[in-house]
Design a protein. Structure first.
Length: 296
């Protein structure tokens, strides 16, 4: 297949490379010359504009920073420029409303099939082709998108209609933000109560306090499996990205009139942590802020 890939950053770079490995011809576009050069090294064909990249393709995949950019790229340069039979797949994490609006714009042209397909899994999963895709769109659009997404992920799940992928993504990450904070504060308190951290981990990881934040991504160095905590909280999932997802969740909660007191508190705490200049630190590093506020 001939595929246009727009946005070759930390995530998109590895995803586009996996499409090349699967035998697809990939036209690549990014505003960054460095990202484009890396994509060329991985076997993509670099293009100078989005419009050039989408010429004659069977599908367009995008992995962009936010909803504003996604809307502009699709409405200015993809819709009406890519062949009408092309499947449009936006993998960026954006707000539900923008995802639905862009799909409406695509639908006005009649024959485009479009899905929102945000991912779970970070840069390592993007490189390894082991992402989980949560897909919103019609059953037919899902079927077409799945044939492409399966080359970049270990799971491709149909979440429902337009915007349902984004809804699943922000609800999932709201759980992640809240459980990470809860896990961090429990470790800090356990230590202050005289518990050995490893002993507490051994107990809680097999008891009802268990969660992904504890057993797959333990925020304490030297405890549990290897995680960013063992690398001075570098790499992994940046606090700024967690905050972005929590703020999208708060926006969606307000629109849907959903009560999200735990998610809201997690958003406040991650905002506080980012304000301390820790936006690029892994999100599990918030344990340091909790340790320090207990000392104050
Ligand atoms: P990134 O900043 O590394 O990459 C984004 C790329 O888009 C950059 O290379 C930038 O130059 C390019 N870009 C920006 N505007 C453009 C435009 N108008 N046309 C073409 N290219 C443009 O970000 P990332 O970490 O790869 O994240 C991408 C998306 O994936 C975000 O929506 C993010 O929330 C989501 N996400 C990231 C992670 C992660 O761990 N990094 C995990 C899950 C989801």
């Amino acid at each position: 297949m001939k595929i246009a890939f727009i946005g070759l950053g930390n995530m998109g770079g590895g995803m586009a490379a996996n499409l090349v490995k699967a035998g697809h011809q990939v036209n690549a576009f990014d505003l960054s010359a460095d990202a484009l050069a890396r994509a060329k090294d991985q076997g993509c064909t670099p293009c100078t504009t989005v419009r050039e990249a989408v010429q004659g393709v069977d599908a367009v995949v995008s992995m962009l920073p936010n909803g504003k950019i996604v809307q502009k790229v699709y409405e200015d340069d993809v819709i009406g420029h890519a062949p009408r039979a092309a499947t449009l797949i936006d993998c960026s994490t954006i707000d539900v409303d923008t995802a639905r609006n862009v799909m409406k714009s695509a639908a006005k042209y009649g024959s485009y099939e479009m899905v929102d397909a945000p991912v779970s899994g970070g840069i390592a999963a993007a490189n390894a082709g082991t992402l989980t895709f949560m897909v919103g769109g019609t059953p037919s659009a899902f079927m077409h998108a799945e044939t492409i997404l399966k080359h970049m992920g270990k799971a491709v799940i149909h979440a429902g209609g337009s915007g349902a992928g984004q809804a699943a993504k922000i609800c999932n990450n709201m759980i992640l933000g809240a459980t990470m904070v809860a896990t961090c504060e429990a470790f800090v308190m356990a230590k202050k109560l005289g518990l050995d951290p490893q002993t507490f981990y051994d107990i809680s990881s097999k008891a009802s306090g268990q969660s992904w934040s504890m057993t797959s991504y333990c925020p304490l160095p030297g405890v549990g499996p290897q995680s960013p905590a063992d690398n001075d909280y570098q790499g992994g999932f940046a606090t700024n990205l967690m905050l972005k997802d929590l703020l999208l969740a708060m926006e969606a909660a307000e629109q849907a009139n959903a009560a999200v007191p735990m998610g809201a508190r997690a958003a406040e705490l991650y905002q506080e942590f980012a304000n301390l200049g820790q936006g690029n630190v892994d999100f599990s590093g918030i344990i340091r802020m909790l340790e320090a506020s207990g000392e104050a």
